[in-house]
Design a protein around this ligand. Structure first.
Ligand SMILES: Nc1nc2c(c(=O)[nH]1)N[C@H]1C(S)=C(S)[C@@H](COP(=O)(O)OP(=O)(O)OC[C@H]3O[C@@H](n4cnc5c(=O)[nH]c(N)nc54)[C@H](O)[C@@H]3O)O[C@H]1N2
Ligand SMILES: Nc1nc2c(c(=O)[nH]1)N[C@H]1C(S)=C(S)[C@@H](COP(=O)(O)OP(=O)(O)OC[C@H]3O[C@@H](n4cnc5c(=O)[nH]c(N)nc54)[C@H](O)[C@@H]3O)O[C@H]1N2
Ligand SMILES: [Mo]
Length: 766
């Protein structure tokens, strides 16, 4: 199908800062194209406010409610996308077979608007057809119960990280009552390297900082996180920090505009005077996967500076008192660091010793430092160790558990962290199962469940019969599209709970349902009146969220209602869960969460109303270490390079799969990646100029990539426009999800199983 978006392709460098008029214009464009130009601005002013809704985009922290406006360009796009006036009715599906819809782009599928009625797939017509809710739940219940009879482990309960704490708690309980811990969620593709790495190093699976720390830190070190596109509200804090003289250093193969300079579009003076703030003082274009080497280099500089300070005037650079009292493993770690050669470190990092030492000097002088990171760290073969390496650096100067210091993984979906908090986890040891057994009078399964990668493998090898998707676009977000799309239809049952149509829903099991739900910005009316839900942000602060708008259709159900109906339909025997009462009054679900997690959620129903939210207790933030040794752990890395080894073959490039500024994960809002100067297309291959010459490629020519993996499967993607870009030699960049067809399922991070999406070994095919 021809896209309904008129597109002319233009690629030229963007000269403006992040934010500014470019951002204001972009917000206006999206409100207008979704039919919201008049009411949109009023709605946005209630975003992230105590009487409003929490943004449905990213999980970045919400500041004090006295802030005048708390939205950003991409939050505004997400809001407009959900509140669009466009609707998809069952009539639409009468006119289009799924085979035809598979030829549509990701953009076109979602752009047709909100889903309005429950649908069931009819294999005879190859179409989705309207079905009554009661009939849908009865059939889903029958199928799930039948599969349960065979083996409850053959069903997967996937969750994308947007659903509220209330829905997530009910969903996790459903899976356990059903009989498995198959609860992979989007964080399996995202910050699972964080959850595994931080838990082992400092005894908590989440970040240790709060927004207050942003106000008092002396130095920020950014590793592989693209703040301008993916957590733009953080630019407000970075601007303030930069204005007061804090140092910001960025490590990123690509020069990302948000990390370079910014104008706050909500500040009239800055907008009129075009006064921009420089964000990063130093910007080091590390090779993909080179961060472990960079940090070892920094640690080495610190150790040498410490020895020199001691020798010269008996002072210290490291915080020896902290190291002695609070950490374990320092000796082995420092021996390891001192035994590394600069030649190798420089090669793996793709940076000079001088550059690494220059930024390490900032770390030495700063009293309190913070490390902020994202997918550039976690989505590598050694993603877990990369996270732990960042912790090592912090521990050397006691930069955890003191004001202005700490580790800040920037989470993705708006409640992805919270879902894990209330039980969506495939790891039984992370969930108080005894408590659940007690409360609901059953024996919950103790066997480890499937991660996302294992679920993919199970779908391919036929050991998974049913897939329930609570939001998200699993099939498009995971690696190896070719194999996944081929094997998906072998499943007996697939159920997708969603707001919008996406490609994943066009692939169906033998029984398949598409169930439309309310979005978080919509009013959710139940037996006791309009309901409120809660979510947890990246700094472990819980906020309430109240829908403002009329639902997109009278036939939508809330996520808690859909989960409860599925549970009742497949688990008719369990009378101990008051599903009906819970759905009538979400405060009762919060009470159940409090009973299950009394330490974390004391007084939940009262404290949720605190305007700035309430923070869950995070032990490491006050230097309590829930690790095996009872101390914070230095971890010695096993290699200097976190990517898959590409061997000696000089033709192999490391492909970074990227997000544009015009998408939220697989949701494509448009074809412009403003900050990277790309307009009108997503089919590009970003290449270093030397690699272009080496491979005989000219700007604008069409190229094809092939994955380097010897498993007998050919993975290719063609039609990519070669685009010269300022990035390290030997690396290249393309967009996610289009490039996922190139990522082999088995190329994932050790231990966390996060797909290694930031350095896929590829070759250019002529
Ligand atoms: N508007 C918008 N907001 C979003 C999302 C979205 O798609 N759109 N997605 C949400 C989700 S789920 C998540 S997880 C987050 C993702 O937000 P990010 O963590 O920012 O993820 P990415 O955009 O994938 O890119 C990460 C950055 O890492 C860099 N990088 C790649 N490889 C390396 C490396 O080896 N080392 C270093 N140091 N850097 C590297 C890339 O150049 C890129 O700038 O954002 C969330 N917020
Ligand atoms: N190559 C590569 N692959 C990646 C990544 C990468 O950087 N590179 N990033 C990974 C990361 S970090 C993540 S988090 C995953 C994302 O994986 P997912 O979370 O599975 O995918 P999304 O694209 O966020 O899901 C979008 C869909 O969610 C549905 N939706 C939106 N709002 C709601 C709602 O309120 N309720 C419900 N029920 N449904 C809703 C809509 O139907 C929409 O089409 O992708 C991963 N895949
Ligand atoms: Mo994510």
């Amino acid at each position: 199908m021809e896209s309904n978006l008129t597109r002319s392709i233009k690629i030229s460098p963007y000269k403006w800062p992040a934010g500014g008029w470019g951002s204001a214009k972009s917000v206006a464009k999206y409100l207008s194209s979704e039919g919201l130009l008049l009411e949109g601005p009023g709605i946005l002013l209630r975003q992230n406010k105590p009487k409003g809704f929490t943004c449905v985009s990213c999980a970045w922290a919400k500041p004090n409610p006295t802030h005048p406006a708390e939205f950003c360009e991409n939050g505004a796009k997400a809001t407009a996308w959900e509140l669009t006036k466009k609707r998809v009715t069952p009539d639409f599906f009468q006119e289009h077979t799924l085979t035809e819809l598979k030829t549509w782009s990701d953009y076109d599928l979602e752009a047709i608007g909100r889903l309005t009625a429950p649908l069931r797939y009819n294999p005879e017509t190859d179409k989705y057809e309207a079905v009554e809710w009661t009939e849908a739940f009865a059939e889903i219940g029958r199928e799930l119960a039948a599969i349960r009879e065979i083996d409850p482990r053959r069903t997967v309960f996937y969750a994308s990280g947007r659903a509220s704490l209330e829905t997530s708690y009910m969903y996790a309980l459903t899976a356990r009552l059903y009989g498995n811990n198959n609860l992979p969620d989007s964080s399996n593709m995202c910050h699972e390297s964080t959850s595994v790495g931080l838990t082992e190093s400092i005894g908590v699976p989440v970040g240790t900082v709060t927004l207050d720390d942003f106000e008092s830190t002396d130095a920020f070190f950014f590793f592989g996180q693209n703040v301008g596109s993916n957590s733009p509200r953080m630019l407000h804090q970075l601007q303030e920090a930069s204005d007061r003289g804090a140092v910001i250093v960025s490590f990123n193969p690509l020069r990302e505009r948000g990390l370079e300079r910014f104008i706050n579009p909500q500040n009239p003076i800055q907008m009129v005077t075009l006064r921009e703030t420089k964000i990063s003082r130093e910007y080091l274009q590390v090779r993909p996967g080179g961060d472990i080497a960079v940090v070892i280099g920094m640690c080495r500089y610190l150790l040498e500076a410490d020895a020199a300070a001691k020798a010269n005037d008996n002072t210290e650079v490291l915080d020896h008192a902290f190291i002695a009292q609070h950490t374990h493993g320092f000796g082995d770690f420092s021996d390891f660091v001192m035994s590394q050669s600069w030649v190798e470190l420089e090669r793996e990092a793709g940076l000079t010793r001088a550059a690494i030492e220059r930024v390490a000097a900032f770390y030495v002088t700063a009293t309190a430092s913070m490390i902020v990171y994202g997918m550039g760290i976690t989505q590598h073969k050694l993603g877990v160790q990369s996270v732990q390496m960042l912790v090592n650096l912090l521990l050397m100067k006691g930069n955890i558990g003191k004001p202005g210091a700490g580790i800040c993984p920037v989470r993705g979906h708006s409640n992805v962290q919270g879902q894990r908090t209330v039980g969506i986890s495939e790891k039984p040891e992370l969930v108080p199962l005894d408590k659940l057994d007690d409360l609901y009078q059953f024996t919950s399964p103790r066997e480890k469940g499937m991660t996302t990668v294992e679920a993919c493998q199970g779908i391919v090898d036929g050991s998974v019969d049913a897939f329930i998707g609570l939001g998200g676009n699993f099939l498009r977000a995971v690696p190896d599209h070719g194999q996944m799309e081929e094997h998906w239809p072998k499943m007996r049952l697939t159920v997708q709970i969603a707001t919008k149509l996406n490609r994943g829903q066009l692939f169906t099991g033998q029984h398949a349902f598409l169930l439309p739900c309310l979005g978080r910005i919509e009013k959710d009316r139940q037996a006791t009146g309009e309901q409120i839900v809660t979510v947890e942000d990246s700094t472990a602060v819980i906020h309430k969220s109240k829908g403002l708008m009329e639902p997109a259709s009278a036939d939508l159900l809330s996520e808690p209602r859909i989960v409860a109906e599925i549970a009742k339909a497949c688990l008719p025997f369990n009378a101990k869960v008051p599903w009906e009462d819970w759905v009538g009054d979400y405060a009762l679900v919060r009470q159940a969460i409090e009973h299950t997690y009394p330490d974390q959620f004391a007084d939940f129903n009262t404290r949720m109303h605190i305007p700035e939210g309430f923070r869950r207790p995070i032990a490491a933030s006050h230097r309590e270490w829930k690790t095996e040794s009872g101390k914070a752990q230095f971890v010695v890395p096993t290699a200097l390079q976190s990517s898959f080894d590409t061997g000696e073959d000089k033709d192999v490039l490391r492909l970074i799969t990227l997000r544009s500024n015009d998408q939220f994960n697989t949701t494509v809002y448009g074809y412009d990646d403003r900050f990277r100067g790309i307009k009108g297309t997503r089919e590009v291959l970003l290449l270093n100029d030397k690699d272009m010459v080496k491979h005989g490629i000219v700007e604008g020519s069409m190229v094809m990539l092939e994955t380097v993996e010897d498993d007998g499967v050919v993975r290719r993607l063609g039609g990519l426009r070669a685009t010269m870009y300022d990035m390290p030699e030997g690396s290249c960049g393309g967009y996610y999800p289009e490039c996922n067809v190139l990522i082999p399922i088995r190329q994932h991070a050790e231990r966390s199983q996060v797909p290694a999406a930031k350095s896929v070994p590829v070759r250019i095919v002529h």
